[in-house]
Design a binder for this molecule. Structure first.
Ligand code: AKG
Ligand code: FE2
Length: 343
């Protein structure tokens, strides 16, 4: 096993290059590989069987269906899977393609330009780095990301109408699925913060030794994800890793930790991961409905209307910055931060 000091040294050396994982797909690659290696013993969840989409399929929800059918299908998906794909959602395909092209353009920009944005300070409105979990997790992930806060102070509100309007619709539908008034989740400021993380997974020479993103659930109310056609995203369902197969034009929606806590476990925060791949780059864009570490004093807890004598609160209250700080410090170590909030 590699000593902790030596791993920390390698993490720092990688950070000092400011070239992130993409910079490793160059001649000096073997110098850094040990920090990406899976820690022995490999986490037991990693050994669970992977099943392909032909056996078990992540629910696909067609937004062209009548509203009451959509509500019923999303209710079932959010309770059983915590993840679903939406089609016919109204965001034009050309917009989705342009977003992915923009992400490739940034990550394939001159390294000297990218270096000026390199940072691990999550309070900045725009940062670029290799994965945030590099220091806190037991192994690094084969991924670079840049992130920007699009709300509460969006760079230009007209540029994100699609995410906000589709997000608003999904929060309304989730409220209805919980038999709450349509505006309930929106009125609780679930859409107050939006952090967009744009991932770039370079081709990986040894994909079975590492992950693109290791197992985690998201510290969000919901996450809306755009992925390209390469694949690799999987969700843990009934003790199996199930592929979230790419569908052209679809968006992946997953329930995050905040909503699982607020619904007292009625909705499920999906545990998911991304496999590394010899083929790449893989591009994905995750829009997190969360203000993350930005100061926000709102206190959340299990929603009163959903509680009863038979269903008492299972979790204590939280604020988004406090939860996010603990989540980031813990890193993607395969355990759920939600457990720390159980009563
Ligand atoms: O790249 C993906 O498909 C998923 C990324 C992800 O899980 C995340 O950013 O939280
Ligand atoms: Fe995630």
């Amino acid at each position: 096993m590699v000593a902790k000091n030596s791993i920390e040294f390698e993490c720092k050396s990688l950070d000092e290059t400011k070239a992130a994982v993409h910079g490793l797909v160059e001649p000096q690659i073997t110098e850094f590989l040990s920090i990406f290696g899976l820690p022995p013993p490999v986490a037991s969840d990693d050994k669970k069987p992977s099943v392909s989409a032909s056996d078990l399929t992540v629910p696909i929800i067609d937004f062209a269906m009548p509203r009451e059918v959509i509500v019923e299908k999303i209710k079932e998906a959010a309770e059983k899977w915590g993840i679903f794909q939406v089609i016919n959602h109204g965001v034009p395909l050309s917009v989705l393609e342009e977003i992915k092209d923009g992400v490739v353009r940034f990550h394939e920009e001159d390294p000297e330009v990218k270096k000026s944005y390199f940072s691990r300070d999550f309070a900045k409105t725009f940062i670029y780095h290799n994965n945030f979990e590099l220091y806190s997790s037991s192994s690094g992930n084969w991924r670079d990301s840049f992130g920007c806060y699009m709300a509460p102070n969006p760079p230009n509100p007209e540029e994100i109408p699609h995410v906000m309007s589709l997000g608003g619709l999904i929060f309304e539908i989730l409220s209805e699925a919980l038999v709450l008034r349509s505006e309930k989740l929106k009125s609780m400021d679930c859409m107050k913060g939006l952090l967009m993380l744009c991932h770039y997974y370079p081709p990986c020479p040894q994909p079975d030794l590492t992950f693109g993103t290791s197992k985690h659930s998201d510290n969000t109310f919901i996450t809306m994800l755009l992925q390209d056609q390469i694949g690799g995203l999987q969700v843990l369902h009934q003790d199996c890793w199930v592929d979230v197969s790419p569908i052209s034009g679809a968006l992946v929606i997953n329930i995050g930790d905040f909503l699982q806590l607020m619904t007292n476990d009625k909705l499920k925060s999906a545990e998911h991961r991304v496999l590394a791949n010899k083929v790449g780059p893989r591009i994905s864009v995750a829009c997190f409905f969360s203000s993350s570490v930005i100061p926000n004093a709102t206190v959340y807890g299990p929603i009163k209307e959903l509680l009863s004598e038979e269903n008492p609160p299972k979790y204590r209250e939280f604020t988004v910055p406090e939860y996010s700080k603990g989540y980031i410090e813990k890193g993607l170590d395969g355990t759920s931060h939600l457990l720390n909030y159980k009563i």
